[in-house]
Design a protein around this ligand. Structure first.
Ligand SMILES: *[C@@H]1O[C@H](CO)[C@@H](O)[C@H](O)[C@H]1NC(C)=O
Ligand SMILES: *[C@@H]1O[C@H](CO)[C@@H](O)[C@H](O)[C@H]1NC(C)=O
Ligand SMILES: *[C@@H]1O[C@H](CO)[C@@H](O)[C@H](O)[C@H]1NC(C)=O
Ligand SMILES: *[C@@H]1O[C@H](CO)[C@@H](O)[C@H](O)[C@H]1NC(C)=O
Ligand SMILES: *[C@@H]1O[C@H](CO)[C@@H](O)[C@H](O)[C@H]1NC(C)=O
Length: 499
């Protein structure tokens, strides 16, 4: 084993002769808690069984644009400043564009990599008020970025700055085709990075025609927190209707099974990508990473279906990696967040991750000291005037979002659904502490080792010194900058009463 590690080290960092390739598959809104990986037979066969599955993988924010910005830069939300899904909130806004050279692909490209992106980037990429689709983000030598947010048909792709519209080609299949062509053109002499970002299983959950009805008898998973009344949770969750009426259940079931069906094209894409890598003799030098930008809930605590919440359904994501030196068919419980992926990739390429908040994952070691405090940040959205006039909350539409009659007017977001959480994982610790920026200063705390479904908010039951320690640590994490600071918040044992 020691010999092997040494050999790996030598090939990776000293001899530098063969830098590995990377293929990162990034799905949109795919959960891991509610069985979101169940339909992915090929991903299981070609990535999980050939590599490592991380069983404690989280995101910096349970929403697309901020989370993608974290994955691309290795930074927490408070450092990349992409706070919500609109240009005004930093999603492909001016600040992002000025700092886009910090996206990890730039470092690889500068080191001689071919770099390729296909699919959804940041939600507002390519829109008129963010320089339009002629702007190709720096860092990519071949660019096929989707203009705007995930859709399945009727979209524009910027092909190296040339916008191309399609009405009737299923987007996941288009990404698959461009990707296979690209792989066929790669050689062993120049390393490459590919990011494949299909729309599935984002709303409206449209499957490819060949997959429609495949899961017609599947219903939404009813775990113990399904449609329970959330008396001890923050304001938005206590809004009526609670529980959801029986008449909503078929809508939830439909969303659940359509998501699975929409994922099947992604699963086929992964199989074809693996096959293309094998046919072109590139597989042995290639890491394949499979993950999602955030999780999803369907029916938990009387919510409808969405993300944007601090619960496990929304912040946990699948993370699977195969590649040179990684043991087959293993599970790894080390706590990971999506800000770790950029530094991990750079380190594997023999480059130094610079000015990132995350740290490289231990891909070769089993666990050792795995304590970690991870930060989750979310800025609640309100949508001026778009609360459906048929909903009684129209009077407060500036501060509420996603309230539709289809959801029985249960709102999915609000301005004061703004929160930060610590997700604390250690040898015998599995905790969550969240603080909301609302007029109740609401706090939630769960001991996931005893309460995996987050049924009991223990913030008033737990020793208050412990609660304060979490609060204090959360405040520190919210201003941490760089790996040293963000990693070591938990080891600074400052007195808890200084807060
Ligand atoms: C996004 O954030 C910006 C800046 O904080 C804010 O002006 C905007 O209203 C937010 N967007 C929504 C939809 O809440
Ligand atoms: C395609 O999108 C455009 C706007 O982007 C819309 O006007 C048009 O109706 C859509 N067509 C279809 C077939 O959905
Ligand atoms: C492969 O590369 C050649 C030369 O750069 C280019 O002309 C061709 O279009 C590429 N093919 C594909 C499928 O990308
Ligand atoms: C659907 O139901 C049939 C008949 O009961 C069963 O054989 C099949 O496995 C089910 N399919 C799924 C996806 O559950
Ligand atoms: C949250 O915002 C809504 C909408 O503005 C408001 O009605 C409600 O009182 C607020 N609740 C809390 C706890 O701040």
């Amino acid at each position: 084993m020691l010999y092997y590690l040494l050999l790996f080290y030598l090939t990776q960092t000293v001899m530098c002769e063969k830098q590995p390739n990377f293929v990162l598959v990034l799905t949109d809104d795919q959960d891991v808690v509610l069985g979101g990986m169940n339909p992915m037979k090929n991903v299981r066969r070609f990535i999980a069984e050939e590599g490592v599955t991380f069983t404690n993988s989280f995101v910096s924010s349970p929403i697309c644009c901020p989370s993608r910005a974290s994955l691309l830069t290795g930074l927490y939300v408070h450092n990349h400043l992409t706070r919500n899904n609109s240009v005004a909130g930093g999603c492909y806004g001016e600040n992002w564009r000025q700092n886009e050279h910090r996206v990890f692909a730039n470092a690889l490209k500068n080191a001689g990599y071919n770099t390729f992106y296909a699919g959804k980037y940041l939600n507002e990429y390519g829109v008129k008020h963010a320089e339009g689709p002629s702007r190709v983000p720096p860092g990519w030598s071949e660019w096929h970025g989707l203009v705007g947010n995930s859709v399945y048909y009727n979209y524009t792709i910027s092909n190296d700055g040339v916008p191309t519209h399609s009405t009737d080609l299923y987007l996941t299949d288009v990404i698959r085709e461009i990707s296979i062509n690209y792989i066929e053109n790669q050689t062993k002499s120049q390393p490459f990075l590919m990011v494949l970002a299909p729309p599935a299983p984002h709303q409206p959950f449209t499957p490819a025609p060949r997959h429609k009805g495949v899961f017609s008898n599947v219903t939404a998973l009813r775990q113990p927190n399904f449609n329970v009344v959330a008396e001890d949770k923050h304001w938005l969750l206590r809004m009526p209707p609670s529980p959801l009426p029986e008449s909503m259940m078929s809508e939830l079931d439909k969303a659940y099974r359509s998501r699975w069906e929409a994922l099947l094209a992604v699963d086929e894409m992964v199989a074809d990508v693996v096959q293309a890598l094998e046919i072109n003799a590139l597989m042995e030098d290639t890491y394949i990473i499979f993950t999602s930008d955030n999780g999803y809930h369907i029916g938990q605590f009387s919510q409808v279906y969405d993300k944007r919440q601090p619960y496990e359904t929304d912040i946990r994501v699948p993370l699977l990696i195969r590649g040179p030196g990684i043991k087959k068919n293993t599970q790894n419980p080390q706590p990971v967040t999506n800000i770790d992926l950029a530094p991990t990739i750079l380190q594997l390429a023999g480059l130094e991750p610079k000015k990132m908040d995350g740290h490289p994952l231990e891909l070769l070691k089993e666990e050792d000291n795995m304590e970690r405090l991870m930060l989750v940040e979310y800025y609640g959205e309100g949508r001026d005037g778009t609360v459906d006039p048929k909903c009684p909350w129209i009077y407060d539409s500036d501060h509420l979002a996603e309230c539709h009659p289809l959801y029985d007017c249960k709102c999915q977001d609000s301005k004061n659904n703004t929160f930060a959480c610590i997700r604390h994982i250690a040898d015998r610790v599995n905790m969550k502490y969240c603080l909301f920026a609302d007029n109740e200063n609401f706090a939630e705390m769960y001991d996931l080792s005893k309460d995996p479904y987050e049924l009991e908010n223990i913030v008033n039951e737990e020793f208050q010194s412990i609660v304060l320690w979490y609060r204090n640590s959360l405040v520190r994490l919210l201003s941490c900058k760089g790996r040293e600071e963000c990693d070591h918040v938990n080891t600074k044992k400052d007195s808890i009463d200084t807060f």
